[in-house]
Every structure is written in structure tokens, then in C-alpha cells.
Write a protein that binds this ligand. Structure first.
Ligand code: ZN
Length: 116
């Protein structure tokens, strides 16, 4: 498993879906996995407190996707497994995904330089 594959799995199937073997030997993917786990934990924490995705959640997602590549950001919002891992209801996940896509589109219009 290479890093590209590992990161894809982290952001689609969830932070625990990558083999421990790779994470042990790869600080970069270990960090990526921790960020994904943090985001999932935050989603779980917010689920019971908010009927609608709050502004704070949108900020977190923007932060997550801007620190990754845009294709991976699309993976996050388009793969249901990640959201299921966070135990977020389908309606809430759809709302969050819609918000994230809207923000990503807005950021692209601003045309900030991408850090790969
Ligand atoms: Zn790696």
C-alpha cells in the first residue's frame, strides 16, 4: 500500500481502514489518519447537539479539505462510508456534503494557490 492509496482509504473508508503496518512506518499517513479520526470524533460529538450542521462544522471540513488535495476532498464528501463511520444520519451528511462542496467551489473561485 503506498501513501496515495492509504490517504484515499483514510478519507473514504475511515481512519481505521488503513493497515497498522503502513501507519507504523509512515508519519505522514499517521497524521492524516489522526486528522480524519479527529473529524469523525467531532462529528459524533456534534450529532447529538445540533439538528443542523453548525458553522463550526463547516469550518472544520474546510480546514480538512484545504490541507489535503481537492480530489481527496471530493472523496470525503462523496463516499458514504466515511460518514457512516462518524455515525452521522444520511440527511445530516448530505447537508454537510452540500455545504462543503459549496465552500470548495467558493474557494476555487478565489483561486488561492494549492499546496500539494
Ligand atoms: Zn503513507
Amino acid at each position: 500500500m503506498d501513501c496515495r492509496e492509504a490517504e484515499h482509504i483514510i478519507w473514504t473508508e475511515g481512519p481505521d481502514a488503513v493497515t497498522a503496518e503502513h501507519l507504523i512506518g509512515c508519519p505522514s499517513c499517521r497524521n492524516e489518519s489522526r486528522r480524519a479520526a479527529d473529524l469523525q470524533a467531532a462529528l459524533i460529538g456534534m450529532r447529538n447537539r445540533f439538528a443542523m450542521p453548525p458553522v463550526e462544522l463547516e469550518r472544520m471540513i474546510v480546514e480538512a479539505v484545504t490541507r489535503t488535495r481537492l480530489d481527496r476532498a471530493r472523496d470525503i464528501v462523496s463516499h458514504p462510508k466515511f460518514w457512516r463511520g462518524a455515525a452521522v444520519g444520511a440527511a445530516a451528511a448530505a447537508g454537510v456534503a452540500g455545504a462543503a462542496l459549496g465552500v470548495m467551489a467558493a474557494r476555487r473561485r478565489v483561486a488561492r494557490p494549492e499546496v500539494a
